[in-house]
Write a protein that binds this ligand. Structure first.
Ligand SMILES: CC(C)(COP(=O)(O)OP(=O)(O)OC[C@H]1O[C@@H](n2cnc3c(N)ncnc32)[C@H](O)[C@@H]1OP(=O)(O)O)[C@@H](O)C(=O)NCCC(=O)NCCS
Length: 404
């Protein structure tokens, strides 16, 4: 079946394309909500699929930068992908993905990244599972640290109108250290972070923002909600930590020390926590912290050369990849990565791999050894997997603290 896929041109078209995913979320397309989306994404980054004059699917992309090991790359932040249930399994998604990736390629975005609603969807379009994260839930009585330390800084509440001046600069500092974080422009901060409408609170109270300061400088922050509750005279309250980030290890430790010590709680919970979060090592009884891990970012190398040349590496070595990419054939073939730069080569490859595997390894969150054990790469020269891991490994797991 043929579909016309093109960017939306006005608010009505945008709303119809957004309502494709909206079908599955009970979305009420108010003009205000639609306008907020358009302001953030731009009409031209929402693709719609038309059949017989009606919109039958949509796929959007935010324009932002993603932090990568030692760098920051323009990225298509793929989101709100949906096909109307009347038109499923007829190739609408495939047509949308085709046009969207071609568009990212033309824009010069070396990467596309997304959070997947289902893990089975995006591999076929070249996305590889690049990081993991999990939800935590910790009973308040098991929040003691293994080694008691006095906080080095202080925490103070931020008024709502202070947040925009205080938090974004420290977030940006943190983002440069942590692969996997996307840049937030002012509109994003205002509408997605600071705005706090009732319908996004999920039964909990308003957002509380605290800043962590040391020697007169802001080094971190936390934003959280209280879900109050009492049963039989005892608190059943939950502290929901929406985001807690520190620019230094001390800041992150002290912020969590603060959150875990808040009185009159039964549970502290958070989500999107990376598997190497320091909390696992800070707690005296980490076994008490329930952790449910799942997939986080999926990364697609839209342009292998600029993507590989756009991050830093942990070793002074070279490796030659033979890349298989049937959905974006411009990436196919041999690439030599040497001195941090990837170029075409005719030399014999060290590793043969699908572009999905390169996406998995790109942020340093999945090792080539793990990919090899899963049968997702072919080692053509002995020792190549180990050498590639020495290059791509980073000192921390990628962390994307917000679903986009
Ligand atoms: C997922 C969704 C977008 C697929 O759209 P679609 O138009 O039916 O997909 P297509 O017909 O283009 O299918 C393309 C391929 O993906 C496969 N596929 C599609 N959806 C799939 C799913 N949910 N699970 C597994 N495979 C899926 C198809 O079988 C087809 O495989 P093939 O290439 O081997 O033939 C659509 O079902 C949907 O809107 N689902 C609910 C919302 C959602 O999950 N959106 C994703 C947000 S991240």
């Amino acid at each position: 079946m043929a579909f016309e896929v093109r960017p939306t041109r006005d608010l009505d078209e945008f709303a119809a394309a957004l309502l494709a995913i909206g079908q599955y979320f009970g979305m009420v397309p108010t003009e205000e909500a639609m306008q907020r989306f358009v302001d953030q994404m731009g009409l031209e980054r929402m693709h719609g699929a038309w059949s017989n004059g009606a919109v039958v699917g949509g796929a959007g992309a935010f324009t932002f930068n993603l932090s990568v090991p030692g760098g920051d790359l323009p990225t298509a932040g793929v989101t709100v992908v949906g096909v109307y249930p009347t038109h499923r399994r007829r190739g609408v998604l495939r047509a949308l993905m085709r046009v969207q990736l071609d568009d990212a390629h033309e824009r010069g975005e070396p990467l596309a990244a997304l959070w997947a609603s289902e893990e089975t969807i995006y591999g076929r379009f070249g996305y590889g599972l690049a990081s993991f994260c999990g939800e935590i839930s910790l009973p308040r009585e098991y929040t003691t640290f293994a080694h008691a330390v006095d906080p080095e800084g202080t925490l103070r509440f931020l008024e709502r109108d202070e947040v925009l001046g205080v938090v974004p600069p420290v977030f940006e500092r943190i983002r440069t250290q942590w692969p996997g974080m996307f840049s937030r422009n002012r509109h994003w901060w205002e509408k997605r972070q600071v705005d706090d409408p009732e319908d996004r609170r999920q039964g909990a109270g308003p957002k509380r923002w605290v800043a962590y300061e040391r020697d007169g400088a802001v080094e971190g922050y936390a934003v959280y909600r209280h879900k109050a509750g009492f049963e039989q005279g005892t608190t059943t309250a939950e502290l929901r930590v929406l985001e807690a980030l520190g620019a230094t290890p001390e800041a992150l430790r002290d912020i969590w020390g603060y959150l875990l010590a808040i009185d009159m709680l039964a549970t502290v919970s958070s989500y999107l926590m990376p598997p190497d979060h320091p909390l696992f090592l800070l707690l005296a009884t980490p076994r008490r912290m329930r952790y449910r891990m799942g997939d986080a970012l999926w990364v697609r190398l839209v342009d292998v050369g600029p993507a590989l040349s756009g991050r830093q590496y942990s070793a002074d070595d070279s490796v030659i990849f033979d890349v298989v990419d049937d959905f974006c054939p411009w990436n196919e073939g041999r690439w030599k990565l040497a001195d941090g730069v990837a170029e075409r080569t005719n030399d014999d490859p060290d590793l043969k791999l699908p572009v999905q595997s390169l996406g998995s390894a790109f942020l340093g969150g999945v090792s080539f050894a793990a990919l090899s054990r899963a049968g997702r790469i072919e080692e053509l020269r002995e020792g190549a997997v180990r050498r590639a891991d020495a290059l791509f490994g980073w000192d921390r797991h990628p962390w994307c603290p917000e679903i986009f």
